[in-house]
Design a protein around this ligand. Structure first.
Ligand code: URA
Length: 251
């Protein structure tokens, strides 16, 4: 099948030749930072929230492409990359921890995600699990163990909102949320969910239903039992660690 440039990412198959794996940060600003770890990094496209670059890592050609924040923009990104032949997807993200034993700077490798998002419901009924690809998770675990980063394996929760859905108090309505989600944070804690973020459930559901592989590595920015917002000073250090952790799956 011949396709030209896909609608949102502004990429075509020729630009992705010999690439089967994509690293997916949310933030377009993180794309050149990740590409800085690659040999021969090249810009490909930058439309809306989707910035893409390619380069070589341990002899493999790889793509880095931002998804934007949340399920809807992630679903567009993954759909179009799948159309262009990408088979493996690794999200590089950040997260707010819910369990006391998890500290800022730790790494979380989700084995699955609670589907609190809306986008994944357009991809599969809620009974379908958002699960990570076992082989990719195994490679990521080996990578973080080699680097001796403190890490946690388990289930994260993906919310469509940063404030209401994650029950933050420092919001316009001072923490008020409607009754159906008022207990969401406490419920996730009780269910041993490791952390809140905004994209993993969509990514994992989509790739599982497409027969493609996906996993994620999340840097813990904040522990929600101790603070509402991350410490700005720690941000860059955590970002660097989560990039190294994700890229280690090819090491
Ligand atoms: N991303 C989120 O969605 N929540 C957090 O607490 C941190 C990062």
């Amino acid at each position: 099948m011949m396709i030209g440039k896909v609608f949102h990412l502004g990429l075509d198959r020729d630009q992705l030749q010999h690439i089967d794996i994509a690293f997916l940060p949310g933030d377009p600003g993180r794309v050149p930072k990740i590409a800085g770890y690659l040999e021969n990094p090249r810009d490909l496209a930058f439309h809306r929230e989707y910035r893409s670059m390619r380069g070589t890592l341990h002899g493999q050609e790889v793509l880095v492409c931002s998804t934007g924040i949340g399920g809807p923009s992630t679903a567009i990104c993954v759909e179009e990359l799948a159309m262009l032949g990408i088979k493996r997807f690794v999200r590089i993200g950040t997260t707010g921890a819910l369990q006391d034993a998890i500290n800022p700077g730790d790494v979380i490798i989700p084995t699955g995600a609670v589907r609190l998002d809306g986008a994944s419901r357009h991809l599969a009924p809620l009974a379908f699990p958002a699960v990570a690809d076992f082989r990719l998770v195994q490679k990521l675990v080996q990578g973080v163990e080699r680097q001796q980063y403190p890490y946690h394996l388990g289930v994260c929760a993906s919310s469509d909102t940063f404030y209401q859905g994650q029950n933050r108090h420092d919001s316009f309505k001072k923490g008020w949320v409607h009754r159906e989600i008022a207990e969401q944070l406490q419920e996730m804690k009780n269910l041993n969910v490791l952390s809140f973020e905004m994209e993993v459930a969509t990514l994992l559901t989509q790739c599982a239903t497409f027969g493609l592989s996906a996993a994620a590595v999340l840097g813990v920015l904040v522990n929600r039992n101790r603070a509402e917002f991350p410490d700005a000073a720690q941000h860059a250090q955590i970002e660097d660690r989560v990039i190294r952790a994700a890229l280690s799956c090819l090491g």
